[in-house]
Design a protein around this ligand. Sequence first.
Ligand SMILES: [Zn+2]
Length: 185
Amino acid sequence: MALRRILTNEDKALHKVCRPVTDFGDRTAQLLDDLRDTLQDTKGLGLAAPQVGILRRAVIIMDGEQLVEMINPEIIQRSEEEEGLYEGCLSCPGLRGYLKRPSTITVHAQDREGNWFDLVCEGMTARAACHELDHLDGILFTDLVDEVIPEDLLDQWLTELEMDEPDEDQDEMSPEDSAESEGTL
Ligand SMILES: [Zn+2]
């Protein structure tokens, strides 16, 4: 097990465009294993190689309970329908921003042996994939949102909102759900 240090947004490596992975041998396998160990040590749903300082196009995401490795990934299809959420990032601790992402996307990527596959991602998995793929182009969610909000302030706002509407029907996703750690990618 090897944990790597997750870089934070002041680090220049997070703002660079990553190069394609061309090696499908031990080095890439080791990187993917380390990304998995590092992610499992957090509450995040995905991690990109540049977040641990490796400027190569490799990410991992959680698709439900399953971990998916994506090398040289590209989004080949995205739904017009979008979902909004207060998103966070392991490289931007304590920060959130409201961001709309497509509800469904299809990613074309390689596995660690170099085999190409297509994966249809929905909901949080689609969000995680979009977020991690952005990292490969040096884009953080803070570059995309209108406003970056401190996490504790957001929690406070949403709690106050809840208190204002105590009888609100909970069928819809409540604002409180949006603030849970599952939005950290
Ligand atoms: Zn991130």
